[in-house]
Design a protein around this ligand. Structure first.
Ligand SMILES: Cc1cc2nc3c(=O)[nH]c(=O)nc-3n(C[C@H](O)[C@H](O)[C@H](O)COP(=O)(O)OP(=O)(O)OC[C@H]3O[C@@H](n4cnc5c(N)ncnc54)[C@H](O)[C@@H]3O)c2cc1C
Ligand code: FES
Ligand code: FES
Length: 1253
């Protein structure tokens, strides 16, 4: 290899400031650079692979040929810094900040309530900002498209899109606001009288600053001069291990390619970057030709040395003879126009509409003899059916000369299936589905061409049947719209009192400016070390040896920490910190490496050699656990009536099983911990994102063998949690603390996305087995239901999850003879944990599934059977707790009525009659959700309120801010109780030092219990101030405080809430398990593409009983966010495990949460008013309830699929398990294509992935 010169200076601009990097390392990406070198931490790390958009920045370049400046959004995690020579980068800090001036994009995202945890917000700002730099008056479609690559796990996207739409010329935020005033707000409007006093305005558009494009920063003139420089020369950047070369001319590039034939050309780095990061690909030299005009402008003169390679089968199949030679480059691609009688189409199907790799895609072209439908030339290429693009060349050859008719199609399908064979154990799985897609896409092509022929000559070529027309089009990407309704505040309420108002999240502006600090944004600490985990690669094995010698020898490595280094308990409460002697799942932490940089720690972790000896049995699925009698806890059971007796008298009995797979939390901020050992008294401070600081403190103290008073856990905010940060941070905290203790140095432990997904697990997969006895009129008389969850390898929260499933297992339905049993299976998977809804979303879907099955058996509509069996009056649950279901009935009735359910159902039936390959379905689900915990002491809370002498107030309590807006609501409570403006009140963080022994922030209880504690503290303070106020009633707050100090009155008070007095006696199966119930109903309508399995959510109406909402915008945010998360759970989110217990889905590439294009095209949410005197200000906890309402989409899909099956003569009841992925939908819509594919005998192969429920 020729020798390389020393490095050039890398020059680029960031936020208008010139950066000169003299030692630019080609392996360093822009995200790392801005965060760690420039200390611009607004840009967030979340996936590191271009898949989430959290790190979006704007890159601007001057094009000297066109003399224009191009702005484009880029995911900084995939931008090598060396690619930025001559570019201007704008990060969220460059857009605006609280310190200077916030930008309208930031302001509107915050004020439209488009942030919750705020971790995605800087990325959202940058995507919208870049769009506006290119299109100051964008269309709503452009907004939706611009956000297609940005994931948000909290909000459900609706308010984010809405904030973007405020920049559109004709704001379509509310379609009904044409008059400038929302019709919903009109005093005399009929809607008002129908709905009572309801409001729809969550923010005031009049407050927004206008967008003034002339105020944007200018492009640095120096960069224009650099771009125009006629004497450009080759640039070289020499890193530790790699060299980056930017050629100056095309000849230079060719010379470099000749010298370094194996060096890749980096363009967008969106393929290369992930391969280097995740597949350990390495290259000593990179060539970066992006700036060469020859690669941007097509030269048609055909210079010497140029040659053309046909884009044909051998080329696409990467046949070596047809491929580029290693020293060659592509300078242009020529795509000829199609001619008459020539049709070309591209088709694809993916798990998600946007930002997803194809499951199968195809490019097909047919040329006919002029004026005929006789095939002259045919080409069919398929992607994702083999290691390269595959050509169906034999089939195409055989079809030459054939007429384009049904017989040709039938032969083509058979032959193409023979020619393209996907082996049963093929990587990527979904084998039968992919086989079906091969011919389903071919069929779509066939129809499109027939349509085209008809348009060419309608006389000669008959059109396709009208019923097939809708098969031609994919679902369009629409901009979502909708209305949110909530109770108006009593006009007599003092204007200063914020309770009941849609107050913006207290950190919203900081979220959108990137100034909100998360764990990894905290500045580096002297001597700090980075931790990387060493995880088990076996599901159940004995550890024979651990060889750390090679790892220790690597540069920067300080230590390798294993079980031997745990000074205290390594196995605390049956949770293991570092594996010892044996491993019990893939992903279990065996050790950690502490090094000076994360890159060094990670490299070293890969070098640790562990020898294993497999142990039998290896239990991965629920079925295997049942075979081996492998359980974590005893069974939990409730029963009422006489189930056996009732089965004897019913008209019909059905039995069935429902499988519900798990779910990944996919909080945007991965698990993050900063552990700081102190010099004295074995003290340690941990900063971390958690829902349960007390548990972290407990586990760390146990691991270090110190009293808990030496451990301080501090938590300011976290980038989403959803239950995933209840239990796991305690284990990860202990792991970090042991490392900090051993090395004596601060430890930064930020899990990579893949490690987080692997180690921390998620929602419990569930198997529900039911036996239901019912009458022919749909009345259910008896149910015997068994639930099994896949708990994984340690207890975690599995016992409580099973209790919740069992206690909530009747949902909204009264079944007089009811038995429900639940059990957690012990398997060799990472231990599953708490997840929003805590078992309810997976358990209750079984209830709705068997009710739907009963309806099918009785030939009745499911909504009728649901209504017949629904609780109607004050009743007792199966565990004998009294409740009043009046709000349930109201939500149900309103939902049916306001969604025009019956009219739309008829319309869907009409649509289905007219369309064979697309079907519509509607479903409505009722919900009775219990909040809180059946153990009274878990419902307690404490608070600490200080008033300072300037009148400002500091509130602290035991609850954690996860994005749900708990701190905002606590400020509202304090403001109401102390009768002072919210601006006087500050809430900084939650800490075990200020409020000890706090319980977890989950179970929808955060506001309930902490609100009562804050209220109590404030009332104590007000009682103390009362005599002073009475003496000086016209005085100001500040005067009263000064006076109180003079009179030696304490201005600090603790507040306490003893908790709801709940209980459950599992021996008797009775109790007052929950403080109260939240009711709701949701109706969704979908359209399903029977040929591909894709679906589109057309509309959702939610009615949620909120009692009196303390903050309607936060509550609507919870309902919408939970609904979208639930919809993802029930439809597209799919975890893939090998039969050996290896989790494959470890990135946003292979685990698809909903994006902006999955949300309902029309989304209506109403907070229904009711009474709940037991809770603070008669409110209700709404954090989790919306999750289950996402199942309305699952059942709407069921309804659509049932319509398809009925039309194909399949009338028997069928079960649609969860998630209803495109694969499930397609394979359940049985037709001639699914009948045609080859099937394999399951006993002859091991599939690539297996179901674990
Ligand atoms: C989040 C995400 C989603 C994605 N989704 C999809 C998807 O849905 N479908 C899909 O197909 N891909 C997808 N990709 C992969 C990737 O974005 C595309 O393949 C893209 O086309 C790669 O372009 P690039 O410029 O970034 O390539 P780079 O990564 O810069 O380069 C890729 C390869 O091309 C070679 N190369 C580049 N230019 C030339 C040239 N002029 N002559 C010869 N060789 C050259 C390089 O040597 C290198 O090996 C996705 C990637 C990400 C990160
Ligand atoms: S896209 Fe860069 S962190 Fe996810
Ligand atoms: S607000 Fe979008 S991820 Fe939390």
């Amino acid at each position: 290899m020729p020798s390389l010169p020393h490095s050039d200076e890398l020059i680029f601009f960031v936020n208008g400031r010139k950066v000169i990097e003299r030692n630019a390392d080609p392996e360093v990406n822009l995200l790392f650079y801005v965060r760690k070198r420039l200390r611009l931490t607004g840009t967030k790390y979340s996936c590191g692979g271009g898949g989430c958009g959290a790190c979006t920045v704007m890159v601007s370049r001057y094009n000297s040929m066109t003399k224009t400046i191009h702005h484009y959004p880029a995911t900084a995690c995939l931008v090598p810094i060396c690619s930025l020579y001559g570019a201007a980068v704008t990060t969220v800090e460059g857009v605006g900040s609280i310190k200077t001036r916030i930008h309208p994009v930031q302001e509107r995202l915050a004020k439209c309530h488009g942030t919750q945890c705020g971790f995605c917000s800087p990325g959202m700002v940058m995507s919208i900002y870049t769009l506006l730099r290119n299109h100051p008056e964008p269309t709503p479609e452009q907004i939706t498209k611009a956000l297609g690559g940005n994931l948000c796990r909290c909000t459900g996207y609706r308010p984010i899109v809405e904030s973007g739409k405020t920049f559109c010329v004709e704001s379509t935020v509310c379609e009904l606001k044409g008059s400038g005033k929302c019709c919903m707000d009109q005093e005399d409007g009929s809607l008002v009288s129908r709905w009572g006093k309801m409001c729809t305005k969550l923010y005031d558009e009049d407050e927004f600053q206008p967008l003034d494009p002339s105020q944007e920063p200018i492009f640095p003139p120096e960069l224009i001069r650099m771009a125009k420089d006629p004497n450009k020369r080759r640039l070289t950047f020499q890193g530790e291990r790699t060299t980056w070369i930017t050629p100056a001319t095309l000849n230079d590039l060719l010379e470099l390619k000749a010298n370094f034939p194996k060096a890749p050309l980096v363009m967008g780095n969106t393929e290369l970057g992930p391969s280097i990061k995740f597949k350990n690909e390495s290259h000593p030299v990179f060539i970066f030709p992006l700036g060469l005009p020859e690669l941007h402008f097509v030269n048609t003169t055909g210079d010497e040395g140029q040659q053309q390679i046909p884009l044909n089968g051998p080329f696409l199949e990467r046949s070596p003879e047809a491929d580029l030679k290693s020293e060659e480059i592509v300078s242009s691609v020529y795509i000829p126009y199609s001619t008459q009688w020539h049709f070309v189409f591209g088709l694809r199907m993916a798990q998600r509409q946007e930002n997803a790799f194809a499951i199968v895609n195809a490019g097909m072209s047919v040329k006919f003899e002029d004026g005929t439908n006789t095939i002259k030339k045919l080409q069919m290429f398929y992607g994702s059916v083999g290691p390269t693009t595959v050509s169906a060349s034999q089939t195409c050859k055989q079809l030459i000369g054939r007429q384009w008719d049904d017989q040709m199609l039938s032969d083509a399908c058979r032959w193409v299936l023979d020619e393209i064979y996907i082996p049963p154990a093929a990587e990527g799985g979904m084998v039968e589905y992919r086989r079906t897609l091969i011919i389903s896409l071919l069929f779509k092509f066939y129809l499109k061409v027939r349509r085209g022929l008809n348009q060419m000559d309608p006389q000669k070529f008959p059109d396709i049947p009208e019923k097939f027309m809708s098969a031609l089009e994919d679902f369009p990407i629409e901009t979502p719209q909708g209305i949110q309704m909530f109770q108006c505040v009593d006009p007599h309420q003092p204007p200063q009192d914020p309770v009941g108002h849609p107050v913006m999240h207290q950190s919203a502006i900081k979220h959108t400016t990137g100034e909100a600090v998360y764990i990894d944004d905290m500045p580096c600490i002297d001597q700090e070390l980075f931790l990387a985990p060493i995880t088990s690669t076996r599901a159940h094995a004995k550890i024979i040896s651990i060889d750390i010698s090679e790892a220790l020898a690597l540069p920067g490595v300080v230590d390798v920490i294993t079980a031997e280094d745990v000074p205290g308990d390594n196995n605390y409460q049956r949770e293991i910190f570092y594996a010892q002697n044996e491993v019990i799942c893939v992903g279990q932490i065996v050790g950690t490496v502490a090094a000076d940089t994360y890159a060094h720690a990670r490299e070293a972790a890969k070098k640790v050699k562990i020898a294993y000896e497999d142990i039998e049995p290896r239990i991965i699925t629920i079925e295997q656990a049942l075979e081996h009698n492998s359980f974590l806890f005893d069974e939990k059971k409730i029963e009422q009536g006489n189930v056996e007796q009732a089965f004897k008298y019913v008209d019909q009995i059905i039995e069935g099983e429902v499988h519900v797979e798990g779910q990944e939390h996919f909080y945007m901020e991965t698990s993050s911990i900063l552990a700081l050992p102190k010099e004295e008294d074995k003290e340690m401070v941990l900063h971390l994102g958690t829902q349960y600081p007390t548990r972290v403190q407990e586990y760390v103290a146990a691991a270090l063998n110190v009293p808990r008073n030496r451990i301080a856990c501090r938590m300011k905010r976290t980038g989403g949690a959803f239950g995933g940060k209840v239990a796991k941070p305690a284990v990860l905290g202990a792991v970090s603390a042991v490392a900090a203790n051993k090395t004596g140095r601060p430890i930064r432990f930020i899990l990579e996305r893949g490690d987080d997904m692997l180690i921390t697990a998620g929602r419990h997969p569930l198997l529900g087995k039911y036996k239901i006895g019912f009458m022919n009129n749909g009345v259910i008389k008896a149910a015997d239901v068994k639930y099994y969850v896949n708990g994984g390898c340690t207890p975690d929260e599995s016992e409580m999850v099973v209790e919740f499933i069992v206690l909530k297992s009747e949902n909204a339905h009264y079944i007089p003879n009811f038995r429900c049993r639940g059990r957690a299976c012990k398997t060799n998977l990472p231990s599953n944990t708490a997840f929003r809804g805590f078992g309810f979303p997976q358990g209750t879907v079984v209830v709705e599934a068997y009710i739907t099955a009963v309806a099918s058996q009785c030939n009745l509509p499911p909504e009728e059977v649901k209504e017949i069996n629904m609780y109607k009056r004050i009743s007792k649950t199966a565990f004998k707790q009294t409740f009043n279901p009046e709000p349930l009935r109201r939500c149900w009735k309103e939902c049916l009525e306001k969604s025009s359910f019956y009219t739309r159902k008829l319309a869907a039936e009409e649509f289905n009659k007219k369309n064979y390959w697309k079907k519509r379905g509607l479903a409505i689900v009722p919900m009775k959700f219990c909040i809180g915990i059946p153990t009274a002491y878990y419902n307690q809370a404490a608070a600490l309120v200080h008033i300072y002498l300037d009148g400002s107030v500091l509130v602290t309590h035991g609850g954690c801010e996860l994005g749900q807006g708990l701190y905002t609501k606590m400020i509202q409570v304090a403001s109401h109780e102390l009768n002072i403006p919210q601006s006087y009140i500050h809430l900084s963080e939650t800490s075990t030092v200020t409020v000890p022994n706090g319980v977890f922030t989950s179970g929808s209880m955060g506001t309930d219990i902490n609100g009562k504690a804050v209220q109590n503290a404030c009332q104590t303070l007000m009682a103390r101030l009362h005599p002073i106020i009475r003496k000086n009633p016209k005085g100001k707050w500040e005067d009263w405080i000064a006076k109180a100090f003079e009179e030696s009155i304490s201005l600090s008070a603790t507040g306490y809430f003893k908790g709801y007095q709940t209980n459950m006696d599992w021996e008797k199966g009775e109790g007052n398990a929950y403080p109260y119930y939240v009711y709701g109903a949701a109706c969704s309508e979908v359209e399903v593409d029977c040929l591909t399995g894709a679906h589109k959510l057309l509309r959702t109406d939610i009615f949620m009983d909120a009692a009196f909402s303390i903050n309607p915008t936060l509550d609507i945010g919870q309902v919408e966010g939970a609904f979208i998360q639930g919809m993802g759970f029930y439809t597209i989110e799919e975890l893939k495990y090998s039969s050996e217990g290896v989790l494959y889905s470890r990135s946003p590439d292979d685990y698809k949460i909903p994006t902006v294009t999955e949300i309902p095209e029309e989304f209506y949410v109403t907070l229904v008013r009711s009474q709940n005197p037991i809770a603070i200000y008669s409110s209700k906890g709404l954090g989790e309830a919306g999750m289950f309402l996402g199942s309305s989409v699952l059942f709407a899909i069921y309804d659509a699929v049932a319509a398809a099956r009925r039309e194909r003569g399949l009338t028997k009841t069928f079960v649609l398990s969860s998630p209803a992925t495109p694969e499930t939908i397609r394979m359940t819509c049985v037709d001639q294509f699914t009948d045609m594919i080859p099937r394999d005998d399951p006993s002859t192969f091991t599939p690539w992935s297996i179901r674990v429920s």
